[in-house]
Design a protein around this ligand. Structure first.
Ligand code: GCV
Length: 694
């Protein structure tokens, strides 16, 4: 982490938006500064949180006076706030200091997005849809970040030492400043919780020395209304204290967790709770002892309950209960409905497999009406080009949220929950720009905004982010918004169109490897398992009639639609069907021709994004322009690589010519197999081969 963070925090985003400045992303979306110091009145007792609100307004508010006042209104949620603007003077009221802070950030956002006059003489209340709006960090104690593409952890590795040694604010260390900038960014979009370690959790997380550090982070994040949570390893009692078992029904194990909970809350009275990955990808869990997920989750929930803590129990499991991986989580969890304590929430990835560029929603949503559920989204771009590809995820999450509202009763279910929660796997690391590239910050921003209000459109969110980063009168804004909004569909087209999934290179999940088929390994870790290409066609038959029957796990409105190949949207075609190469797609093209069309479209889209970006050069900060342009060159090259790899490979099954409207592949099948496109290619000699084709 660069010391620049120190400067950024103290000057509170004094960077101007004009071309020629040095926007390296350090200031996140806090690019604006008012020319005057705003007149801010605090009509409530000062606190660390109200101080943040006042400081932010004084630095960036360009309008008239602002008054902040606590007002306990019946039925109003703690984090909610009311904005009353009359004649240019604004009053923000809320039942809590946190609500006042959120209100402050909200009017700053409105001013920067719409301009002062757009909301004159208004009175409205903003209420968060989810009470718990959490980031999940897959950060390891050694400082690495699983699936992180933005440097090292901001919490672990060498960070604790540097953080703890800070004695005074004038001696802020880089680590502490980074945490403050991180907290500020979260608070500005309403994120109010962070699980600060990997779900593949080290038992050491619960050791006394690490908990002391967790406390230090909790103290630093508290003013920003962010609670700290931990991912815990189910075997912790065995590994840390030598218990003979981790069986959740064992009295000593139960006592161990009860004692541990007490210890944690003695240090951190507002500790949020635990996140658990159990019996998944080699992690220990209750099933190792013949118990159920409910037994495991409830044992932890009981220990946390006296302190108000919660357990988020992940449903990312795929034990071979069925030959179709997409069905397994549902099978493992569905019958446990009503068995969980009321402080347990089942955390479900948006799709049934694993954060693919496009998945249908997971059938577990809405399938357990007597159980609290929460969505887990992935902000870090594990399957979307890491931090090299520009891919705005607002559009992807909008599609998912709309589907669970339409088919899985999401909105109504949420109303009935005691804990309304949503989580996003963070894309934050210690790179100066926090996210690997500045445009990826838009995904962090979008997650927060959707967690607050899932009815916001991706278009509106893109507009907000661009207004705060590029400016609102800047000629480039509309172009950058267009780039963001087209980016996800573009990535889907050049990677996995038409319902293709998991044809990624094994391990790093960056480039294509549809031919991957390692003998002797789990079938569902092989790409060929997912696409099932043969001479007849391609795709995974998940129909009830002839396939795995996964469509039956969905409510009829969705299940029947995707069961029938004629009504199944093309975007899910190969997810649910093994379609003939000559199957007529909804566009009128045959499957093979449509596939060629899609890959070409993806490549064209990546080129178009670059072309659009190039047109912004005169209006955009030089540093930002160059950084993103470099990434986009890689993206275009990779899109070409994906297209060539997939079309060359699938052609060996379709035996059909590539239509004239599709550019002939530049790389042969041998070449794409030999030079495995991946992050390391950029450093190894084969990279020359890749780069020469740009
Ligand atoms: C944290 C996928 C990822 C893993 C991740 C896992 C999970 O399998 O590739 O890195 O582990 O999901 O969500 O638990």
């Amino acid at each position: 982490m660069k010391n620049k963070h120190l400067v950024s925090l103290l000057t509170l985003a004094s960077v101007c938006l004009s071309a020629g400045a040095e926007n390296d992303g350090t200031n996140l979306w806090f690019q604006n500064k008012a020319n005057n110091v705003a007149n801010v009145t605090l009509k409530t007792k000062e606190s660390a949180t109200t101080n943040i609100a006042v400081r932010e307004l004084k630095n960036a508010w360009g309008g008239g006076s602002v008054t902040l006042a606590r007002a306990p209104k019946k039925g109003m949620k703690q984090d909610a706030f009311t904005i009353n603007q009359k004649g240019g003077n604004v009053t923000i009221t809320s039942p809590s200091d946190a609500g006042l802070m959120y209100g402050a950030y909200h009017i700053l956002r409105l001013e920067q997005t719409l301009g002062k006059d757009a909301y004159r003489d208004t009175l409205f209340t903003e209420t968060p849809e989810h009470d718990l709006r959490l980031l999940n960090h897959w950060d390891n104690l050694n400082g690495t970040v699983e699936r992180g593409y933005a440097g090292k952890s901001i919490f672990w590795g060498d960070k604790p030492q540097s953080f703890i040694n800070t004695k005074t604010r004038t001696a802020l260390t880089a680590a502490r400043t980074a945490i403050e900038s991180y907290a500020r960014a979260n608070a500005s979009v309403g994120i109010n919780g962070a699980v600060i370690n990997n779900v593949n959790a080290s038992p050491k997380m619960l050791s006394d020395s690490v908990l002391t550090m967790v406390k230090a982070y909790a103290d630093a994040l508290r003013p920003y209304n962010i609670k700290v949570y931990l991912a815990v390893n189910f075997s912790s009692p065995v590994v840390l204290d030598g218990l003979k078992t981790a069986d959740p029904l064992d009295k000593d194990v139960q006592k161990w967790w009860t004692k541990k909970a007490k210890e944690i809350y003695a240090k951190i009275p507002d500790f949020g709770g635990f996140l658990v990955k159990a019996n998944s990808e080699g992690q220990p869990g209750p099933m190792d002892f013949g118990r159920t997920h409910a037994d495991g989750a409830n044992m932890l929930a009981k220990a946390l309950k006296p302190f108000g803590g919660i357990v988020m129990w992940r449903a990312f499991v795929y034990s071979p209960s069925d030959p179709d991986r997409a069905k397994q989580a549902y099978i493992e969890f569905k019958d446990l409905d009503s068995k969980f304590m009321d402080n347990v929430i089942i955390q479900i990835k948006n799709g049934p497999i694993d954060f693919q560029p496009r998945e249908p929603y997971s059938p577990l949503f809405g399938a357990m009406p007597k159980t609290q559920e929460m969505a887990e989204l992935q902000i870090t771009q594990e399957y979307l080009g890491h931090s090299n590809h520009i891919c705005f995820l607002g559009t992807m999450w909008e599609e998912f949220l709309n589907d669970i509202k339409k088919y899985a009763n999401y909105t109504d279910n949420l109303k009935g929950y005691k804990y309304r929660a949503i989580a996003g796997v963070a894309n934050v690391g210690d790179d100066a720009n926090f996210c690997g590239n500045t445009m990826a910050q838009a995904n962090w921003y979008a997650f927060g905004r959707l967690a607050w209000n899932s009815n916001l459109t991706s278009k509106a969110i893109a507009h907000e982010w661009v207004s705060q980063n590029i400016g609102k009168d800047n000629k480039a804004c509309k172009t950058v918004e267009d780039i963001l909004l087209m980016s996800r569909e573009t990535v889907v087209d050049y990677m996995m169109p038409l319902g293709f999934h998991h044809i990624f290179a094994e391990g790093h999940h960056y480039g294509p490897q549809p031919w991957q088929n390692n003998p002797g390994q789990r079938a569902d870790w092989q790409c060929v398992y997912y696409h099932r290409a043969d001479a007849k066609g391609v795709g995974f038959d998940r129909t009830v009639k002839t396939g795995s029957g996964a469509t039956a796990q969905y409510p009829a409105a969705f299940g029947n639609m995707v069961e029938n190949i004629n009504t199944c949207p093309d975007k899910y075609l190969l997810w649910f069907h093994h379609a003939d190469w000559n199957h007529k797609c909804q566009t009128g093209r045959t499957l093979w021709n449509e596939m060629c069309y899609r890959y070409q479209n993806g490549l064209n889209g990546a080129r178009e994004m670059l072309r659009k970006w190039n047109s912004t050069e005169p209006y955009i900060d030089t540093r930002l322009f160059n950084d993103i342009q470099e990434k986009m060159h890689i993206q275009v090259r990779d899109a070409e690589w994906w297209k060539d790899a997939c079309l060359n490979y699938f052609q060996t099954f379709s035996h059909q010519p590539i239509p004239a409207t599709t550019e002939p592949p530049v790389h042969s099948l041998n070449e794409v197999k030999r030079v495995r496109l991946g992050i390391t290619n950029y450093e190894n000699p084969s990279a020359k081969l890749l780069n020469s084709r740009r």
